[in-house]
Design a protein around this ligand. Structure first.
Ligand code: GLP
Length: 240
C-alpha cells in the first residue's frame, strides 16, 4: 500500500488525476467511479485536462460503485445522475459506456448479478476511485460487510444516512437501501485509489492503514490488495 500525503485537498485532486490520467493514456481503460464529495475535485481536474490538454476518455468504459435503491430514474441524487452531472457529461466518454447498478430494477438480486457480469465482460476495472465513509465504509459496504462480498443490496446505517442527509431536503428522504459492489468485487480492480480529505476522515484512514483487517472496518480489506494508492491531505493523515 502506497500512502501519499499532500498538503491540501487541491493537491490530493492533482495527484489523483495524475494517476487516473496515466491509466486513461495507456487505454482503453475501464474506470471505477465513486460518488461522495471527496472525488469531485479530482473529476474537476480531469475535466480541465480534457478541455485544456486533450486528455481523451473516448475509449473508456466506466462503472459506478453503488446506487440508492428506490430513487426514481433521473432523480438528481441518484448516483447515475451525480456521476453524469459531475464528470462524464463534461468529457468525451460515450454515455452508453457509463454504467451503474440500477436501483430501480424490479428484481434487485438479478440486477446485482447482471452488474457483476457486465464488469467481468468489460475485462474488470483497471483503476477504482474510492472515497471512505466516516465509519470506514467503501462503496456502501457498511461495517461488518463480508470482506468477500459481491454486488448486493445493503441497508445503510443511521450514521451514513445522517452523513448523506446534506444532499437531500431531510434525512427522511435518504433511502434506506442501496445496491453496492461488494468488498470482493472492489478488490478485483487492478489498482485501487483511495482518496480522503479533512480531519473527519482521520480516524477511518488510520484504521484502514494501520488497524487490523476486520469486517468492522470495511476499508481495511485494502491491506490484502497488491496495488493500492491512498492519497490523503495532512488533516486526513493526522492520526497516522
Ligand atoms: C457515500 C458513498 C461512498 C463515499 C462516501 C463518503 O456513502 N457511497 O462511496 O466514499 O459517501 O463521501 P464523502 O466523500 O462525501 O465524504
Amino acid at each position: 500500500m502506497e500512502i501519499v500525503i499532500r498538503p491540501t485537498p487541491a493537491d490530493v485532486a492533482v495527484t489523483a488525476a495524475d494517476i487516473v490520467a496515466d491509466h486513461v493514456r495507456r487505454g482503453p481503460a475501464v474506470l471505477g467511479l465513486a460518488t461522495g464529495s471527496t472525488p469531485l475535485a479530482t473529476y474537476q481536474e480531469l475535466i480541465r485536462r480534457h478541455r485544456d490538454e486533450g486528455l481523451s476518455f473516448k475509449d473508456c468504459v466506466s462503472f459506478n460503485l453503488d446506487e440508492y435503491v428506490g430513487l426514481p430514474k433521473g432523480h438528481p441524487e441518484s448516483y447515475r445522475e451525480v456521476i453524469r452531472k459531475e464528470f462524464t457529461s463534461h468529457v468525451d466518454i460515450p454515455d452508453a459506456k457509463v454504467e451503474g447498478p440500477d436501483g430501480t430494477a424490479a428484481d434487485i438480486a438479478a440486477e446485482a448479478t447482471r452488474y457483476e457480469e457486465a464488469i467481468k465482460a468489460a475485462g474488470g476495472v483497471d483503476v477504482q476511485l474510492l472515497g471512505i465513509g466516516t465509519d470506514g465504509h467503501i462503496g456502501f459496504n457498511e461495517p461488518v460487510s463480508s470482506l468477500a462480498s459481491r454486488t448486493r443490496i445493503k441497508t445503510l446505517t443511521t450514521q451514513t444516512r445522517e452523513d448523506n442527509a446534506r444532499f437531500f431536503a431531510s434525512i427522511d428522504e435518504v433511502p434506506i437501501h442501496v445496491l453496492t459492489q461488494g468488498l470482493g468485487t472492489i478488490s478485483e480492480a487492478g489498482h485501487l485509489l483511495l482518496l480522503a480529505t479533512g480531519e473527519g476522515k482521520a480516524e477511518a484512514i488510520a484504521a484502514t492503514v494501520e488497524g487490523p483487517v476486520a469486517a468492522i472496518n470495511p476499508a481495511s480489506v485494502l491491506q490484502f490488495h497488491p496495488h493500492v494508492t491512498v492519497v490523503i491531505d495532512e488533516a486526513a493523515a493526522s492520526q497516522l
